[in-house]
Design a protein around this ligand. Structure first.
Ligand code: FE2
Length: 199
């Protein structure tokens, strides 16, 4: 709980930041990303000027998928029954950005950095407050995580977020994934559990 005069903020927002693991191989993963870019059609979703792939599953990006799974299943991963949903690849060059968007409700948005993030991702907290309250808070509830190549972050999928204009000569390459939590024992989840990790 943090105090701001007589104003107290009672609740926090869950946010995971898994730092690059020893098995992060930037060269191989960037090659896989470029191979996908060479074959996949570009989509325009939140990206402005950048390249975004269609939905990707494990067979489409096996190296990235394996790395993400290794992070999620590590000691600092998610200690709950979960499933990686579809992902997509983002490649931004200088001047490219992503407009404000969410990943829907009820799961986690995950970003995996193949290159340094240059602190361009902004996340707005609308869980513990709403727009009117943000104005009362004055300072806002905006967070710019410091992410390096190999890092993986996760946050509630309903939080609005964006990527500010890339200003480097080198490419900015990230995967975005959605992660769902699964209930234990529900027969209707049997198919979903094909990719599940049970801790
Ligand atoms: Fe996103």
């Amino acid at each position: 709980m943090t105090a701001h005069g007589s104003l107290f903020k009672l609740f926090g927002v869950p946010f995971w930041h898994i730092k690059a693991k020893d098995n992060f191989n930037a060269e191989e993963l960037i090659q896989e990303a470029h191979d996908i870019q060479a074959k996949d059609k570009k989509r325009i979703v939140s990206n402005r000027g950048g390249w975004q792939s269609g939905f990707l599953e494990q067979p489409d990006c096996p190296l990235a998928w394996e790395y993400i799974r290794s992070c999620l299943e590590s000691a600092d991963g998610i200690p709950l029954r979960h499933k990686i949903d579809q992902g997509w690849l983002n490649i931004n060059k200088s001047g490219h950005y992503n407009v404000v968007h969410t990943h829907g409700d009820g799961r986690l948005a995950c970003v995996f950095y193949l290159t340094d993030g240059h602190r361009k991702l902004g996340i707005l907290n609308t869980l513990c407050t709403d727009q009117a309250h943000l104005q009362i808070l004055d300072e806002g509830e905006c967070f710019y995580p410091i992410c390096e190549a190999g890092d993986l972050i996760m946050f509630p999928s309903k939080l609005p977020h964006w990527v500010e204009s890339h200003s480097e000569e080198t490419e900015r390459i990230t995967y975005a994934f959605n992660i769902s939590f699964l209930e234990i024992g529900a027969p209707e989840n049997k198919k979903l559990r094909e990719n599940v990790h049970v801790s």
